[in-house]
Design a protein around this ligand. Structure first.
Ligand code: BTN
Length: 259
């Protein structure tokens, strides 16, 4: 079987700015590592692992990270942004990941607000951006953007519970493919993050939305409500309308799309 090994030198060589890249065969979590070691990385630096023992998603959920088939990466962004911009970091990363994957695949990807990337309603990638606020300025001074992609189907397939919600990007293994996807993501993320206040990626984010115009279920403070997703505004808030016609902007939180 083609191994498609991850390699830091190969990834760096594909990057114009030669950002620092570290690759591990095994790690607890690339986000945890980057949060501890951010001082050793410049803007755009990345840590990537073939396998995560304690990969984490939003709401501290476990992120299944088997060896040899995924891309588990955390990119450091050094920023100077108001705290409300944190959701824009996730949105920029989602667009960067979709475009990077599509550079190597015919699949047309959609984004489920706010941080999931889908193909045929199956999740191929999740994003967990964690921001650090400078206590003096009150601004976001850095963010660790964690990206977990199911690049290939794991040996023996996903277990039945995960298979209902998860898909994978590439049917055929190719030497160097994961390195090329990593480099493409880092380059695009660096570009979009330098333009966060211009929000150049937001139209593309909306165009790729898997939720706009759809009936959704909103989970808020432990209770579920039916709604329709109406719009995504300039701050990447989701405007929803409830059956009694009242409308609400959601800043973050969890929704599911009703099929
Ligand atoms: C989600 O689906 O809720 C977000 C998943 C984010 C997973 C990535 S994998 C690389 C990085 N390290 C982690 O522990 N989590 C993120």
């Amino acid at each position: 079987m083609i191994k498609d090994a991850l390699n830091a030198k190969e990834i760096s060589a594909l990057l114009e700015n030669r950002f620092s890249v570290e690759v591990f065969d095994k790690i607890d979590s690339t986000n945890l590592y980057m949060k501890k070691n951010f001082a050793d990385f410049s803007h755009g630096g990345a840590v990537i692992a073939d396998f995560q023992e304690s990969g984490r998603g939003r709401y501290k959920r476990k992120f299944y990270s088997p060896a040899g088939c995924g891309i588990y990466m955390s990119v450091l962004l050094r920023l100077d942004l108001p705290p409300e911009a944190s959701v824009l970091i996730t949105a920029a990363a989602a667009v960067a990941v979709c475009e990077a994957i599509e550079a190597f695949s015919d699949k047309r990807l959609e984004i489920k607000w706010v941080n999931d990337i889908l193909y045929n309603s199956k999740k191929l990638c999740g994003i967990l951006a964690e921001s650090a606020i400078d206590p003096k300025s009150g601004k976001i001074e850095r963010a660790v953007v964690g990206i977990g992609i199911n690049a290939y189907e794991p040996d023996g397939g996903f277990d039945s519970e995960i298979a209902q919600i998860a898909g994978f990007v590439f049917e055929e293994r190719q030497t160097g493919l994961r390195n090329r996807v990593c480099a493409e993501i880092i380059s695009r993320l660096q570009l979009y993050s330098s333009e966060l206040s211009k929000k150049s990626f937001l139209n593309e984010y909306k165009r790729r939305s898997a939720v706009l115009g759809k009936s959704i279920t909103v989970l808020s403070e432990g209770s579920y409500s039916e709604a329709v997703a109406i719009d995504i505004d300039d701050s990447c808030r989701l405007l929803v309308e409830y059956p009694d016609k009242t409308r609400e902007y959601l800043n973050s939180g969890e929704i599911s799309v009703r099929l």
